[in-house]
Design a protein around this ligand. Structure first.
Ligand code: FAD
Length: 556
């Protein structure tokens, strides 16, 4: 028998087979506030599934075995197919099966979007990249009402909870997903620079039909069944419905002329395919009026931006859970890491940020849910850019710090099946796509400068929102007062837009923690974030309830 060269000691166990929902006190308390009395049975079941070893294995495999593009078959015919690992399909099947894509549009009742949001956030903790087509389907489905023929033929398939990845005509499918194509080489934020042309080709049961000639530089999830894309007509930028398979009456249909040029080689988001495409007289049907494309895309942007904030909040929760789990098992200098005073500060600070992110994302979801309420419409206008900007900005820094809690293991792909590294690589994406940070900050500034609408304006709405917690904390009162003075004074210059977005986020987050978190979370947030602005993580002031915060955030 050889000498024992390496007994493995003092290594944490993997965080596996736990209930992602059950241990998430922040999410549960926020939901109890927005959906009082709602039944948690379904969420607890989903939470158990998402924390299971089997699903974690699917998440790992779908990222390790990246999608591959096949442009032609072996005889030289174009096939434009992306092949995925079976685990990708298992994840998609679970996401669609739980209605994360379009079911709120079918359910319609109050709270349907908030229910979805909770499930979406939890799913992100398991695997975020497959949620790209899920989010896009959620965002484009209501816009299809701009073409009654398409909407009638597609809506039931888009809202179906059956995942059907076959490339086939819509009539023969049990479910469908959709993507979005705006970004071109010469402009992404500035979509008015789009050069793809649309030429009128005739009319049929789906209305005005066009031929698209041009390209898209980022075209994610190209195996979706259809896409909403922007192209130029004589009247300007217009929105079009572009199916992958043409409705020629056969079950297999005929492939539309969408040539996938190549897949992007991305930093993260590996399980999802993002492509570059060319349209060689691809057939597309107009959605809405000619020349109204930008306005329509902006409407969809609210929903994808909600998902960017949610997705990041989910990733943050995932990272904090792993960090807490690790620190409660790993010992250094005679104590568990979670017992070392300075590490307590880091862990508590991360937990605080994660809960504040969840709170802000759910507040936006409530505004999306109450589409007919004028106050919530104003809040949606404010909180969409604020949540997308702030949560995504804080997410990347949080991932780095959570990784550091694991020491060297955090940086290694293999450890914890590479989850921390995967989270870290994924984080910046939500900040970039669907409107990068500056675009969000400028969008907020525009919303806040528009004063005096018939049903109130965004500044008044923010004032009303913050008034609900006035008097609860001196720091919050003076922070909110100063912010409102600034807004009533014209909201400042473009160069101040990021500062503005940050301050609105902090004021709303503090107010939300007062409404549905504990006193010690609220107090720690006001003392650390409002006095001097956010600092490097691990700088909560002396006297903070470190142990209580850590205990609240423990994933199990
Ligand atoms: C993985 C991935 C998947 C994607 N999938 C899709 C997809 O499916 N469909 C799709 O249409 N697009 C997709 N995108 C594209 C994405 O939405 C764009 O990259 C994004 O909107 C930014 O556009 P851009 O790359 O052209 O950058 P630019 O527009 O050139 O912006 C570059 C920088 O300049 C800043 N900026 C721009 N204008 C101003 C201004 N006026 N003032 C101050 N700063 C400014 C921006 O904030 C940004 O930081 C995807 C991107 C990625 C990374």
């Amino acid at each position: 028998m050889g000498a024992a060269t390496h007994d493995v000691t003092n290594q944490a166990t993997p965080l596996v087979d736990y209930n992602v929902y059950g241990g998430d006190r922040a999410l549960r308390d926020a939901l109890a506030h927005h959906l009082p009395g709602a039944d948690e049975t379904g969420r607890l079941a989903l939470g158990a599934l998402l924390g299971s070893e089997a699903m974690q294995t699917h998440a790992r495999l779908a990222n390790v075995h990246k999608p591959s593009l096949h442009t032609h078959d072996r005889f030289g015919h174009r096939v434009d197919t992306v092949e995925f690992h079976p685990s990708y399909h298992a994840l998609m099947s679970a996401a669609v099966g739980h209605g994360l894509h379009a079911t709120p549009w079918a359910a319609r009742g109050a709270g349907a979007h908030i229910e979805r949001v909770a499930n979406f956030l939890m799913f992100t903790e398991l695997e975020p990249s497959i949620l790209c087509p899920i989010s896009m389907t959620y965002a484009v489905t209501p816009a299809l009402r701009g073409n009654a023929g398409v909407f009638n033929d597609w809506f039931a398939k888009l809202a179906s909870t059956q995942y059907d990845p076959r490339l086939a005509s819509i009539a023969s499918k049990t479910g469908a997903t959709m993507g979005m194509g705006m970004t071109e080489k010469q402009g992404g934020s500035d979509v008015r620079a789009n050069t793809t042309r649309a030429e009128h080709d005739g009319d049929d049961a789906w209305g005005a039909r066009y031929r698209l000639i041009g390209h898209k530089w980022f075209f994610s999830a190209p195996m979706c069944d259809a896409f909403l894309v922007l192209a130029q007509t004589a009247a300007g930028l217009t929105c079009f419905f572009l199916p992958r398979v043409l409705p020629d009456g056969t079950a297999n249909g005929r492939l539309n002329a969408i040539a996938i040029q190549r897949l992007k080689d991305k930093l993260g988001n590996q399980a999802n395919a993002s492509s570059e495409v060319e349209f060689n007289e691809a057939l597309a049907w107009r959605v809405g009026e000619e020349g109204r494309g930008v306005a329509q895309i902006l409407e969809m942007g609210t929903l994808t931006r909600l998902d960017c904030a949610l997705g990041t909040a989910g990733l943050m929760r995932g990272a904090v859970s792993i960090a807490l789990h690790h620190a409660s098992q790993r010992r250094a200098f005679g104590k568990l890491l979670a017992e070392q005073p300075l590490m307590k500060n880091v862990l508590a600070d991360l937990a605080l940020e994660s809960e504040a992110a969840t709170a802000l994302a759910l507040r936006l979801a409530r505004a999306v849910d109450r589409q007919d309420d004028p106050f919530e419409t104003q809040m949606r206008r404010v909180l969409t850019p604020v949540a997308k900007f702030w949560v995504c900005k804080r997410g990347s820094a949080l991932a780095q710090e959570a990784m550091e809690c694991l020491g060297g293991n955090g940086y290694v792909e293999e450890h914890g099946e590479g989850v921390m590294a995967r989270i870290y690589r994924e984080m910046p994406l939500n900040s970039i796509w669907e409107g990068a940070g500056n675009i969000m900050a400028l969008d907020l500034m525009r919303a806040l400068k528009k004063r005096g609408g018939t049903s109130g304006d965004a500044v008044q709405a923010l004032d009303t929102e913050l008034a609900t917690t006035r008097g609860a904390n001196v720091q919050l009162d003076s922070f909110a007062d100063a912010l409102l003075v600034r807004l009533n004074d014209g909201a400042g210059e473009e160069t101040d837009a990021r500062r503005l977005a940050q301050d609105v986020a902090l004021a709303v987050q503090a107010s939300l923690l007062r409404r549905h978190s504990t006193d010690f979370m609220f107090d720690a947030f006001c003392r650390s974030r409002l006095a001097n602005g956010p600092q490097v993580y691990g700088t909560l002031p002396t006297g903070t309830a470190f142990d209580a915060i850590i205990q609240r955030a423990m994933p199990h």
